[in-house]
Ligand binder design. Structure first.
Ligand SMILES: [Zn+2]
Length: 404
């Protein structure tokens, strides 16, 4: 991802770090210790899935693609309240297995059921950043209490590979004070933030014009609405102090003039989830505008609750499927740019540039192998067409999927 593909390449590893990258014949001579020949394969950095909801994996196919975004919100909210902790655990672990199989080594995951932590972290070799979901739109859930509960839990969590961040859910499902306090706490404690922003036209209308179906529904639900009608959802986040380098802004499908430039200026990363975008049939994702403005755009799977499931077929959390969906919608986008979105850009968004998403000296030893025979010049195209399980996956210098 940081240089041209290398034919007959090799990687040397010490502990959990990559020591060197080059040609086999150059590296093998000076290398001691165990050697492994993967045969005909593409060896590349593990994929970085910047946005997922492992909790909802087993909700695949539960909800039809809705006419209105808020209808889907109502459906998932009622399903969420019915599930038991055991169901969530099974769903989380099933999702983690899918990600491993399909080449993800790092995932930015929204955690709506914080009691699953840290047990689920200990049950997967994945590198997981769990963003604790914060929802609070009425006085029944005072913002300070919602936030403090999450911060108290984060203080108890300590793990070698996994860590937690904060996810104030979305502008519509939070109040100004919750967004503002979350941003301040994240800044104080050096935490990453993730929020869903400008996902739907309804949300855009709620904030920009102070009207529409989401506005009416939220007002009926008892939300304080004085923050609406003042500008786009992205502008709202700016007013609340959220737009900073530590923010992953997921979706950003509906932008007002100047929003892309503002996101770039504040060095916010945007996470695009191509299959979720298709599920809701949103307006085309403003990829050219964001890239043109200089925004770091990376990729995520979102949850399987928002992936179209053909009848009698199964669907998986799969970054290769997301890359293909992106390529299908954007034939102008070079394969290498898509691969960078799924590796380097995700690493940058998660505050790990130089450590994740690339094979280079000093980076963490997170690698995957695909059983493909191609000339180096065709590697990027071949990777995008790849379907199925990876031949091997290494995370933190340990085999997560051992080579056969
Ligand atoms: Zn999401």
């Amino acid at each position: 991802m940081v240089g041209p593909p290398i034919g007959n390449g090799a990687v040397t590893i010490a502990g959990n770090r990559i020591k060197s990258v080059g040609r086999w014949r150059d590296l093998a001579a000076g290398t001691f210790g165990q050697r492994l020949d993967l045969g005909d394969a593409i060896l590349m950095p593990g994929l970085v899935n910047a946005h997922c909801h492992l909790d909802y994996t087993n909700m695949a196919g539960h909800f039809p693609a809705p006419k209105l975004f808020i209808d889907w919100l109502k459906l998932i909210t009622s399903t969420k309240s019915e599930w038991t902790a055991a169901e969530y655990t099974a769903s989380w672990l099933a999702g983690a297995e899918m990600l491993l199989r399909t080449g993800t080594t790092t995932v930015g995951d929204i955690e709506a059921v914080p009691q699953l932590l840290p047990a689920v972290w200990n049950s997967t070799p994945l590198r997981v950043i769990s963003f604790l979901e914060l929802i609070g739109l009425t006085k029944r859930r005072p913002p300070q209490r919602v936030l403090q509960e999450a911060l108290d839990q984060i203080a108890t969590l300590s793990h070698g590979r996994c860590y937690a961040g904060l996810s104030p859910h979305a502008p519509y499902s939070t109040v100004t004070q919750l967004l503002r306090s979350s941003a301040e706490a994240a800044r104080r404690q050096g935490l990453l933030l993730c929020t869903h922003v400008a996902e739907s036209q309804s949300e855009f209308s709620m904030f920009t014009h102070g009207r529409g179906d989401m506005f009416d529904w939220m007002r009926r639900s008892g939300r304080e609405m004085s923050d609406c009608g003042l500008g786009s959802p992205v502008r709202h986040l700016e007013r609340c102090g959220l737009l900073r380098k530590n923010l992953l802004a997921t979706h950003a499908n509906y932008l007002a003039r100047g929003d892309a430039a503002l996101l770039a200026k504040r060095r916010v990363s945007v996470v695009h989830c191509p299959r979720s975008h298709a599920f809701f049939d949103h307006s085309p994702f403003p990829l050219r505008r964001l890239r043109g403005a200089g925004v770091n755009v990376c990729l995520g799977t979102d949850s399987l609750a928002t992936v179209i499931k053909p009848r009698r077929q199964s669907v998986e959390l799969d970054m290769f499927a997301e890359m293909r969906a992106l390529a299908d919608r954007n034939p102008w986008l070079p394969s290498r740019a898509i691969l960078r979105m799924a590796t380097l850009n995700g690493a940058h968004a998660l505050g790990q540039p130089g450590r994740l998403g690339q094979l280079s000296s000093g980076a963490l030893a997170d690698l995957i192998a695909l059983p493909l025979v191609v000339k180096p010049g065709h590697a990027a195209d071949a990777v995008l067409e790849y379907r199925g399980a990876v031949a091997a996956s290494m995370i933190d210098g340990q085999w997560a999927v051992p080579p056969l």
